[in-house]
Design a protein around this ligand. Structure first.
Ligand SMILES: Cc1cc2nc3c(=O)[nH]c(=O)nc-3n(C[C@H](O)[C@H](O)[C@H](O)COP(=O)(O)OP(=O)(O)OC[C@H]3O[C@@H](n4cnc5c(N)ncnc54)[C@H](O)[C@@H]3O)c2cc1C
Length: 378
């Protein structure tokens, strides 16, 4: 490792790191070395083929690409086409299956009604009237204001308690903004996506293409730290967590994590959809993924793969940032310290920014950071 000599060193082979690597090699024609602590490329977007069933699955949770950002799709389409998958989420409550986000079908089925859109809105208004508040203080207050007690208790409360490991009264109201309510039968999950689907040949193929330039090389199973000495002409781009990089000197950032349990079943189809929510608290997992439904164009065998998702608090396997005031303050201390003391270190990506980014946001941020690098370091 002592002999590593490069123009740019990138830490992390996730989407952020690989997009920047591709841009540097293609546009600036500079040498890039990527260091990755895992034994594979792709970060959390990584996909692989299950040996027993031949089904391609996403090791770190089902990933659906969707965007309304033109520049992101213009960039990504150079490396992949998308299949025709359109995401839909269903929720299994007391063994009955409902549409998520809540729509007219959910309302009518749950309350055993035959309401049209106008009547459904009035019906729900009556249920939410007593919870209306100008400034809801927390997640629960906001949810009750919008969907009332019955729908909240069935579909949201237990799910949220499992997902975040916290009483919804202790979560910020802003999290509830992400759940739309529809008084029509629209069941598409990503309402504003102009482009949506799964890479036709899987995510891992996209990453292989992104890094196919001979100026890029990847070293796997290697964890970066600041004590290691590298001969880097231009800059180090670090996409890992900042607290770990600085040995937790300002405290540890909290993350919500998930564990996945895989099982092969001797039947063609288990649940008829790619993701099913299980909102009841007494069921320990939050979702069942069935990845065969992500690639309906493929000729899979008469066996299926299901993956149960169990949330847990584990800051060493970071998935979702606990984006509260305390953690944001800790994060800003790390960021300021690094900016001041490490001039040739650039940070970015979901781990370094302590943020939840969809894939299109990650690509967009990486393309912007590349423009900055081009101007400053060419
Ligand atoms: C459960 C889940 C589901 C998701 N589903 C979707 C979805 O459906 N649609 C969507 O658009 N987005 C989805 N996302 C978001 C998507 O995963 C992210 O946008 C994307 O992975 C961010 O890429 P990244 O490069 O910033 O981070 P990562 O993918 O985490 O990559 C960072 C890489 O850096 C490596 N690394 C870290 N520290 C070090 C170190 N010290 N030394 C060496 N290597 C290091 C890590 O091993 C990792 O490979 C989902 C996220 C989660 C958690």
């Amino acid at each position: 490792m002592k002999n590593i000599k490069t123009d740019f060193l990138i830490v992390g082979s996730g989407l952020y790191g690989c997009v920047i690597a591709e841009r540097i090699a293609t546009i600036l024609k500079k040498k890039v070395i990527i260091i990755e602590k895992r034994n594979h490329i792709g970060g959390n977007c990584y996909s692989e083929i299950d040996k027993e069933t031949g089904i391609e699955f996403h090791k770190y949770g089902t990933h659906i690409f969707h965007t309304s950002k033109k520049n992101v799709w213009n960039y990504l389409k150079k490396f992949t086409s998308l299949n025709n998958y359109k995401h839909q989420v269903l929720s299994n409550y007391k063994s009955k299956v409902y549409q998520m986000p809540i729509n007219l079908e959910t309302i009518n089925k749950f309350f055993n009604q035959k309401l049209n859109p106008v009547k459904a809105e009035l019906f729900l208004k009556k249920k939410t009237k007593k919870f209306i508040k100008k400034n809801p203080d927390n997640f629960e207050e906001k949810a009750l204001m919008q969907i009332g007690k019955e729908l909240y208790t069935a579909f949201i409360k237990g799910y949220t308690e499992k997902q975040w490991g916290k009483d919804p009264k202790k979560l910020p109201s802003s999290i509830f903004n992400r759940l739309p309510i529809r008084f029509n039968y629209n069941k598409t999950y990503f309402k504003n996506a102009d482009v949506e689907g799964i890479p036709s040949n899987g995510y891992t193929e996209v990453f292989k293409k992104l890094t196919s330039n001979p100026l890029i090389s990847i070293i796997y199973n290697k964890s970066f730290n600041l004590k290691q000495k590298y001969m880097v002409n231009k800059a180090i781009i670090y996409t890992g967590p900042l607290d770990k990089l600085l040995n937790y000197k300002f405290g540890q950032l909290e993350w919500r994590s998930v564990k996945f349990k895989k099982k092969v079943l001797n039947r063609r189809d288990y649940q008829g959809t790619s993701v099913m929510n299980f909102p009841e608290k007494k069921i320990k997992f939050t979702r069942i993924h069935e990845p065969r439904h992500l690639h309906t164009d493929r000729n899979y065998k008469d066996k299926t793969l299901i993956i149960k998702e169990f949330p847990e608090l584990n800051s060493n396997e970071p998935y979702y940032p606990i984006n509260d005031k305390k953690n944001r303050l800790i994060h800003s201390k790390y960021k300021n310290y690094l900016t001041k003391n490490y001039k040739n270190l650039i940070t970015g990506g979901r781990l370094a920014d302590y943020a939840y980014y969809d894939m299109d946001m990650t690509i967009s941020a990486a393309l912007k950071k590349f423009e900055f690098i081009k101007k400053k370091l060419k």
